[in-house]
Design a protein around this ligand. Structure first.
Ligand SMILES: *Cc1c(COP(=O)(O)O)cnc(C)c1O
Length: 459
């Protein structure tokens, strides 16, 4: 049990304490853990996950959250503010994603609990919208599209067809997509951008294919939705991916990533209200009263809607553009460092996040070394690669310089250890050891370590 988090320092609770604990003590415990853990990313050496990293901004969001944290946003008669926050978050996101370019715009949205929630609701909407047209529905995703699509298809009984990507561009093979559409295909999927490589699928071409077959096209902008529009405004070479592209029918964009809001929100945008409405669930004849909720969640904290609204209104377009400018510039400098090494290679033509590999040695050796210097990158597989999602913490002075020095030393380390087995593996979330176990057993162990270690009754 000694490796249970903080067991060396704080009491481990396996039963609820009979008497309560003083607020100050509870808060002191949490403040210690929070400060300890913040050190892992405050240096700017952690890929992704902390999108804003500005404690002043977090304090502001926390205050916004606090006014409504205890309010259930389902009870709209008691909290009309939730209707304002939610409607405006959706409207501002639709506008950012060019919904005004739609010819007969009945564009609408849904605020969900995160990227996976938005993707799940999109898959559900495509299934429900087409129930009387097709048998078992299928959707086609590029291999690089997020596993949230696999999860959504698993949950909703939709068949998932996985299209290969071009190994050089890392973009989806559109010929494969065309060949694998059949009468039960309800939607295609493209990423702008994908999580692994930061590359954008050919959305315009996918839109044409979708239009020809009269099916949907979901653009996964969970990661890029709140930064790519500003990158385009700044003049970066980013192909169109939003509602201005004919054929795009839904876009997911995460407010809890580059929207710089609190964790727990994302926006799913629909070009057509009927598509969104198809996934509503309601139960008009329950003895407890007529029941409806917009999405999978029942009660939701109105605080999350409030904080998301606060982030968007406080930063404004110029705030988002300014952050995007720093992030794109930092990413470019970090990519230049990679390109200055002959033994390293960047995959595809990425944007603000990039991934690199090596044809000379296992790039996980680079990761092994970088870890000793406090960097936390994500490992990828097929081929082994490392990915760096540049966020605001990396834009601090000195981070690019540290990157330059540490990458140079890491390459030397990798060359010297090329014959050995690297320590790092490829698990999303950064836990080592993936390839060392049978995957199934490994995942169960990983989950058990996360969930069950302390939940069993003490013997
Ligand atoms: C993060 C991410 C998701 C999933 O979002 P969650 O908020 O983690 O559920 C989906 N797609 C892409 C491209 C992502 O980066």
């Amino acid at each position: 049990m000694s490796d249970f988090p903080y067991a060396d320092r704080f009491l481990v609770h396996r039963t609820m304490p009979e008497e309560g604990t003083a607020c100050a003590d509870v808060l002191a415990t949490m403040s210690y853990m929070s400060e300890t853990e913040n050190a892992a990313w405050e240096s700017g050496q952690c890929s992704g996950t902390m999108y804003c990293g500005d404690h002043g901004h977090y304090d502001f969001l926390n205050e916004a959250f606090s006014y409504f944290s205890y309010v259930n946003s389902l009870q709209r008669d008691m909290c009309p503010s939730s209707t304002k926050f939610e409607a405006e978050v959706i409207a501002m996101t639709l506008d950012m994603l060019n919904a005004s370019a739609l010819s007969d715009s009945s564009a609408v949205g849904l605020v969900t609990s995160g990227g996976s929630g938005s993707i799940a609701h999109a898959i559900l909407a495509y299934r429900e919208y087409n129930t009387d047209k097709v048998g078992r529905p299928n959707v086609i995703k590029p291999e690089t599209a997020h596993p949230a699509f696999d999860k959504a298809c698993h949950l909703f009984g939709v068949e998932l067809r996985v299209a290969p990507i071009d190994p050089i561009t890392t973009q989806v093979d559109t010929d494969w997509v065309k060949k694998n559409i059949d009468k039960n295909t309800v939607a295609l999927i493209g990423s702008a951008c994908n999580y692994g490589y930061g590359t954008i699928d050919p959305i315009t071409e996918l839109g044409q294919i979708a239009l020809e077959h009269e099916i949907g096209l979901h653009v996964d902008g969970c990661l890029g939705g709140f930064i790519l529009p500003f990158g385009r405004e700044l003049g970066y070479d980013i192909a169109p991916f939003d509602f201005a592209v004919p054929g795009v029918t839904t876009i997911s964009a995460d407010t809890h990533k580059y929207g710089y809001a609190l964790k727990g929100t994302s926006v799913l945008c629909f070009a057509d209200q009927a598509l969104r409405n198809s996934q509503y669930f309601y139960q008009p004849d329950w003895s407890g009263g007529k029941y409806c909720s917009p999405g999978m969640d029942g009660s939701r904290s109105a605080g999350l809607l409030a904080a998301t609204w606060a982030a968007m209104v406080q930063l404004g377009r110029s705030g988002y553009r300014g952050y995007a400018e720093q992030i794109f510039a930092t990413s470019r400098s970090m990519q230049e460092v990679i390109l200055s090494h002959d033994s390293l290679r960047i995959l595809g033509n990425p944007s603000f996040l990039f991934s690199f590999t090596s044809d000379e040695f296992d790039v996980y050796h680079v990761n092994d070394f970088l870890r000793t210097k406090g960097w936390r990158l994500n490992g990828q597989q097929y081929p082994n690669a490392l990915h760096m999602a540049v966020t605001r913490p990396q834009t601090q002075p000195g981070v690019v310089e540290r990157w330059r020095t540490d990458i140079a030393d890491a390459v030397e380390y990798a060359q010297n250890h090329a014959g050995e087995k690297p320590k790092s593996g490829a698990v999303y979330g950064g836990v080592e050891g993936g390839p060392n176990y049978e995957a199934d057993a490994f995942i169960k162990m990983f989950m058990a370590a996360m969930m069950d270690q302390q939940s069993s009754i003490p013997s």
